[in-house]
Design a protein around this ligand. Structure first.
Ligand code: NAD
Length: 248
């Protein structure tokens, strides 16, 4: 991959690095992105039609089972070299913030600590009516019910049409504005408000970098575009930033 020296110098000088990740960074761990053709049983369902409150009200069993399938995929998956490179970066730079749209928890499993989960985490559940969080649950009824109020349990993720956690979003916007460099990795830049973070950073004169094998509606706005898979580009980038060129 041809990585410009100018970018390496910016990254080496940066004291505050902020990265936004999307489903693409987990693709190499075998977790399909929403827009990748899905195979098997679930190919007939459109994620945008399953990931809403209305869908759950219409067919709670179907939505619960779709998430149970995704939860199982995630539990069987392992972080890939892209996740690991970001965790390493956090250890060597004074300030590093990872903002993720992913709900799979793979960044934390790779060792990242300063992570904002903008869209929640599918390994957690809460109840539909009151957001009571529930640490463990039995699947004798599908979906199971909340022990406190009796409403159905649902994944603790942000569905289409729901608000993002306000504190997390505020921290993410502030971090984007005050970064020395901002990276957008494996995201189609279609889902708002996460997609606007890169442009917000740019409006504060923060250089912005995109890592994605495909172009996105925002590609032309980026100062640097590294068009390749995150699991290959990030380890190479880290090797160049460390200065030893070694991909770990
Ligand atoms: P998206 O599915 O819209 O887009 C994925 C992007 O990743 C695409 O632009 C694609 O070109 C790119 N990509 C594919 N393989 C890649 C690779 N190896 N390296 C780098 N980039 C690669 O995903 P999104 O932008 O994150 O938005 C969709 C929503 O879907 C988010 O809200 C997210 O919460 C949810 N989602 C999460 C997961 C997960 O947690 N792993 C999986 C699917 C969807």
């Amino acid at each position: 991959m041809n990585i410009p020296d100018e970018l390496i110098q910016l990254l080496q000088k940066a004291r505050k690095v902020v990265a936004l990740t999307g489903a693409g960074i987990s693709a190499e761990s075998g977790i399909p992105t929403f827009r990748q053709a899905q195979t098997g049983l679930w190919a007939q369902y459109d994620p945008e039609e399953l990931a809403t409150r209305a869908a759950f009200q219409r067919n709670p069993r179907l939505v619960w089972q779709w998430y149970a399938w995704r939860r199982q995929l995630v539990q069987q998956a392992a972080p890939n070299p892209g996740h690991l490179a970001l965790a390493e970066w956090e250890r060597i730079v004074p300030e590093f913030m990872l903002i993720t749209q992913n709900v799979d928890g793979l960044h934390q499993r790779a060792g990242s600590q300063n992570v904002i989960e903008l869209h929640g985490n599918l390994l957690r559940v809460k109840c539909f009516d009151h957001d009571h969080t529930v640490p463990t649950w039995e699947e004798d009824e599908i979906p199971p019910r909340c022990g406190q109020c009796g409403s159905y349990l649902r994944p603790d993720v942000v569905w289409f049409g729901e608000s993002l956690p306000a504190a997390g979003l505020h921290t993410a916007v502030t971090a984007a504005r005050t970064a020395d460099i901002f990276l957008s990795i494996g995201t189609s830049s279609l889902v708002q408000p996460a997609a606007s973070l890169a442009l917000e950073a740019k409006s504060y004169r923060v250089p912005i970098v995109e890592i994605n094998p495909q172009s996105t509606p925002l590609t032309s706005a980026f100062n640097f575009v590294l068009a390749g898979p995150a699991g290959e580009v990030l380890p190479e980038l880290m090797g160049r930033v460390r200065g030893d060129g070694v991909m770990r």
